[in-house]
Design a protein around this ligand. Structure first.
Ligand code: NGQ
Ligand code: ZN
Length: 457
């Protein structure tokens, strides 16, 4: 890893904006930081530097079907829903071999980096061959996730998914789910294989993801949790049908059930948590868990709206994820998060707590930064000891011109069409320059070829 010294005209450090910052990276981490410095020969000069944001929830392969599910399905009553989308998603997933899967993941990770995400939480569940049997290496697909992260340079927090049932009460999985399925012993082996797969990356993190309360029984959940000490992610309370099925099964709502029956704490990331009642909102906030909000996907799938304002008022922690990857854009996730709340509450700047003096853009960005870092099991922020993950905003972008301080973040989040991200550095290494990933051509070419082939089938 090359050691780099940056000189940053304006940088958002962990304790606020600073000017003329010299920042040295050593072995991928920030080793030195001083403000009010002059630029020295050999320094990499950047205009506006902010820390790289974590993307806490992704199913990378779904990038390959983006835009292909936007016609109404053939439901009996002609309606379309999350569940009919899921059928199409299973059909798409059926076609992918390991090379296809890797090519699409590389494309998705490259786009994440270009958008300002420097680490991804890959909620990874496509494990087995098309016939449902394990590959010769049961962690083959995890190895492909790791390879895509290595090739693009994005940080990886790998969350191998445990999936065993089609619904609450231990229902047998459907044939369409055959590539996803493990028992607890098989999953323990997958975790071991996954640890080997990510070892070459150096700073990858291994967690786990019981897919949802639909896919995991209470006994399985208790058996999984001791298998490693990393982050635990779970999809929860995303759809009303899931809430109703959980009530029918247990007499409790999904969040209620989880919060009373599982040791939910800072280790956990509750993905979506959309349908949360006031007592559930308060209990999540008190647990210290992060809520993983995926505003673009949640809008695309018609999930509903998480009661964000009350959650924030209760001190709740959150981060954002690109989930289905129908569109990959860090600023857009934050923008939509805020806009949905403005629409719902008929007000402006509705999330930022009254006691802070930060603007909405600054507050959304920093909250999501810390939430994602917690959920992905890493440190963050521009400070000594944290990874040298840095995003440079483009001061010549028309939406950023003549701005300063928090207004740079506000203009990036709310006003910049087209990317305002100019360069991206991870562990002190350059990955994106002038808005383009250094391998963009090769990666795009491979993913285009892959999609041409599999979509023709
Ligand atoms: C997933 N996606 O695992 O990709 C899910 C759909 C399910 C979202 N929840 C499958 N957005 O929940 O059963
Ligand atoms: Zn998901």
């Amino acid at each position: 890893m090359a050691d780099t010294t940056f000189w940053i005209e304006h940088a958002l450090l962990s304790d606020g904006w600073a000017s003329a910052v010299r920042m040295g990276s050593k072995d991928g981490r920030i080793a030195e930081l001083a403000t009010g410095q002059t630029c020295q020969p050999g320094d990499v000069c950047l205009a506006i530097g902010v820390p790289g944001l974590g993307n806490l929830h992704s199913h990378a392969f779904q990038r390959g079907m983006a835009g292909l599910t936007e016609a109404r399905g053939a439901g009996v009553d002609g309606s379309d829903s999350f569940w009919s989308w899921r059928e199409l998603m299973y059909r798409f997933l059926d076609r992918l071999d390991p090379d296809d899967f890797q090519a699409i993941a590389e494309q998705a990770y490259m786009e994440m980096l270009e958008a300002g995400f420097t680490r991804v939480g890959e909620f990874h569940y496509l494990h087995h061959a098309p016939d449902g049997r394990a590959y010769a290496d049961p962690a083959e697909m995890a190895t492909r996730v790791a390879a895509a992260a290595q090739m693009t340079g994005i940080g990886l927090s790998l969350l191998p998914v445990f999936y065993a049932h089609a619904d609450f009460g231990g229902a047998a999985p459907s044939p369409a789910q055959r590539r996803l399925i493990h028992d607890v012993d098989g999953f323990a082996a997958l975790l071991e294989g996954s640890a080997r797969a990510i070892a070459p990356l150096g700073d990858a993190v291994l967690g786990m993801a019981p897919h949802s309360l639909r896919a995991v029984t209470p006994q399985e959940l208790s058996a999984l949790l001791p298998l490693n000490a990393g982050p635990v992610h779970i999809h929860i309370a995303e759809q009303l049908r899931e809430v109703e099925a959980c009530l029918a099964w247990s007499g409790q709502r999904p969040l209620q059930w989880l919060l009373t029956n599982a040791p939910v704490d800072e280790r956990w990331c509750l993905v979506h948590a959309t349908h949360a009642h006031a007592d559930e909102v308060a209990a999540i906030a008190a647990s210290g868990a992060v809520v993983g909000l995926c505003p673009i996907t949640e809008a695309n799938l018609g999930d509903g709206v998480f009661p964000m304002r009350n959650f924030v008022a209760a001190g709740g922690r959150f981060g954002v994820g690109s989930d289905s990857n129908v569109l990959i854009d860090a600023a857009e996730e934050l923008r939509l998060l805020e806009y949905v709340q403005r629409l719902q509450h008929c007000g402006r700047n509705v999330l930022v707590p009254p006691i802070t003096s930060a603007s909405s853009g600054r507050w959304l960005f920093e909250s999501a930064l810390h939430g994602a870092a917690q959920a992905l099991g890493v440190e963050t922020g521009l400070r000594v000891g944290a990874p040298a993950d840095l995003v440079e905003l483009d001061p010549t972008h028309p939406a950023l011109a003549s701005r300063k301080g928090d207004a740079w973040l506000d203009s990036w989040v709310f006003a910049a069409a087209g990317s305002a991200v100019r360069s991206v550095w991870r562990n002190g290494e350059p990955l994106v320059a002038e808005g383009r990933h250094r391998q963009r051509e090769a990666i795009e070419c491979r993913s285009r070829d892959t999609l041409r082939r599999i979509l023709q089938q």
